[in-house]
Ligand binder design. Structure first.
Ligand code: FES
Ligand SMILES: [Fe+2]
Length: 457
């Protein structure tokens, strides 16, 4: 094996070593390394538990960052509206023309009733209190007893807007009119995802659930592979966890690259043989029977080549696209990007997992997590309608959502920590959180950027 470039100090092959052995050429973005360079200071537990800290996020973070509101495909027709709520703010993300999406603050300019209670299709926005009515372009259309409002001209009655921009088929909003453009905010993301083109995929699954912890506690449980050893020990045979790669890009983007169909360094020497790794990986997929035919066809292949080929063929069968040149890495691995503050799209192909975490209203101790699957639009077929959002009851497991095969039970293991972490942070004797230098560098990156938003005037 090549002594490929590595960072972090784990035993075992580096992620780049696995890419060296890929059966196909891997995208250039996966060959990049942008290692962290942070100090090792602890975090204050109060960042997750203090109402005052949360209130600073409400005042200084959420009104100023680009945040994913919905998919473009969620509002395909002119007049379609997605109500996007965040920490008490509300926006009407509205398709006002076939190629134009705008976001209005969801507040009547009369006495402040919320204009729309639900997402849906609207010809106009009519307030349910006194009937003030706006056109989709935000201009006032009707005002009962106009003679009583001669002190207000139409400009004063135009709905205030947030900034709107799209990337990857996602609609982003920013309530700060002075915020820099989305492209600048996303940094390397557009270039990295140019091979994966999420705008050409459709939302095949969308599941949400409330969690009894701060939104950052939930998010950070998905920012490192370190927890696999204790939280998901059943997959140690098929994931290179401690030797995953972590990269930091500018202020808003970071990523974690973890190889699947590769063993954890925690299993020691000798590592499991390739046949066992492939068998365990196929068992996880629910297709253990596929192994013998694959081994006959590729008797010399390692586990990543075998399972990569299985995925390559299964995807082609499912959607009619040609995956013959797609790398094993893109077909197998966890290529998890995070965009500050709360959005995590996976690179690679089929399905692309997408996570989002938001505070549950203005509750410092509760949040909502959403999981989406994006899949390629089948070749030669019209774009399928996006999946409807499934809200899980608070006590329902993610495994009860059949549209999240394999992933649901794994997320349920993560959920087993969430409320207990929140309670522990509240109960902490020293009020400190200690982080690993390398494997938890994305968490440190997040908090460094968060501090900048909270500190700026
Ligand atoms: S509050 Fe909306 S019309 Fe009066
Ligand atoms: Fe996990």
């Amino acid at each position: 094996m090549s002594a490929g470039p590595r960072h972090g100090g784990s035993p075992g092959p580096s992620y780049q070593d696995y890419l060296d052995r890929d059966s196909r050429e891997v995208p250039a973005c996966l060959r990049e390394q942008s290692p962290p360079t942070f100090d090792d200071a602890p975090l204050d537990a109060a960042r997750y538990t203090s109402q005052a800290f949360f209130d600073r996020e409400v005042a200084r973070l959420w009104p100023r960052v680009w945040q994913m509101a919905c998919r473009e495909e969620d509002i395909p027709e002119v007049g379609d509206v997605h109500v996007y709520d965040i920490v008490g703010r509300s926006l009407l993300v509205t398709r006002t023309a076939p190629e134009r999406i705008r976001a209005y603050h969801n507040v009547c300019l009369h006495r402040g009733r919320k204009l729309c209670d639900t997402s849906g299709h609207y010809r106009q926005f009519r307030c349910g209190f006194h009937g003030f009515t706006w056109d989709l372009d935000g201009r006032i259309a009707r005002l009962p007893c106009r003679w009583d409002f001669t002190h207000l001209d139409d400009d004063a009655l135009t709905l205030p807007e947030a900034q709107v921009a799209s990337w990857g088929g996602f609609v982003f909003v920013n309530m700060d009119p002075a915020a820099p453009p989305l492209d600048a905010y996303l940094g390397v993301l557009r270039a990295h995802f140019s091979v994966w083109r999420l705008e050409e995929r459709y939302k095949a699954a969308h599941v949400a659930k409330r969690i009894r912890c701060n939104w950052k506690v939930a998010q950070e449980a998905f920012m490192e592979s370190f927890h696999v050893i204790a939280t998901h020990p059943q997959i140690l045979g098929v994931i290179a966890d401690a030797n995953a790669q972590y990269d930091i890009y500018g202020e808003h983007v970071n990523r974690n690259l973890a190889a699947f169909a590769a063993p954890s360094p925690h299993l020691g020497h000798p590592p499991p043989n390739e046949g066992d790794i492939a068998r365990d990986m196929l068992a996880m997929y629910g297709h253990p029977e596929a192994l013998s035919a694959l081994r006959q066809a590729f008797p010399e292949a390692d586990a990543r080549t075998l399972v990569g080929e299985l995925n390559r063929r299964a995807l082609s069968r499912a959607d009619g696209h040609d995956y013959s040149q797609v790398s094993d890495a893109e077909l197998l691995d966890a290529l998890v990007y995070n965009v500050f503050p709360n959005f995590a799209p996976w690179g690679g192909v089929a399905p692309n997992i997408v996570y989002r975490w938001r505070p549950d209203g203005r509750d410092v101790n509760a949040c909502v997590m959403e999981v989406m699957f994006l899949r390629p639009v089948p070749a030669g077929a019209p774009r399928p309608a996006p999946a409807r959002l499934r809200w899980l009851e608070d006590d329902a497991p993610w495994a009860s959502a059949p549209e999240l095969p394999i992933l649901g039970p794994v997320i349920d293991q993560d959920m087993g920590n969430m409320a207990a972490v929140q309670e522990g942070l509240i109960a902490s004797a020293n009020g400190k959180v200690q982080l690993a230098s390398y494997q938890e560098s994305r968490i440190r990156h997040f908090h460094r950027t968060l501090d900048r938003y909270l500190a700026d005037a």
